[in-house]
Design a protein around this ligand. Structure first.
Ligand code: ZN
Length: 91
């Protein structure tokens, strides 16, 4: 299962219990009312596993991706300190 050109592991999110990376290991449809709901089985590195609705997993994953992006941008922005004075304008 070693793929050198794998851009990003799909279905990766933080474990709600321990915060370690968890991934979707299975997906199944849970027959329910008023309609069947697709669930995902996620398992983290510590061995915790859950079977939340797939919609929930995707929502959490999107939220986490957004937060990581925002944190990266904030960190990047904080690292770059602008000079207090403006020099001569170019051009
Ligand atoms: Zn865990």
């Amino acid at each position: 299962m070693n793929t050198p050109d794998s851009p990003k592991t799909a279905g990766f999110l933080d474990c709600p219990a321990c915060g370690l990376p968890a991934e979707i290991v299975d997906r199944f449809t849970f027959e329910g009312s008023p309609h069947p709901v697709e669930h995902a089985k996620i398992m983290c590195l510590a061995g915790h596993w859950y079977t939340p609705p797939l919609d929930y997993v995707l929502t959490v994953k999107r939220a986490q991706d957004g937060r990581e992006r925002a944190q990266r941008q904030r960190t990047r922005g904080a690292g770059v300190t602008q000079p207090p004075e403006r020099g001569a304008t170019d051009g």
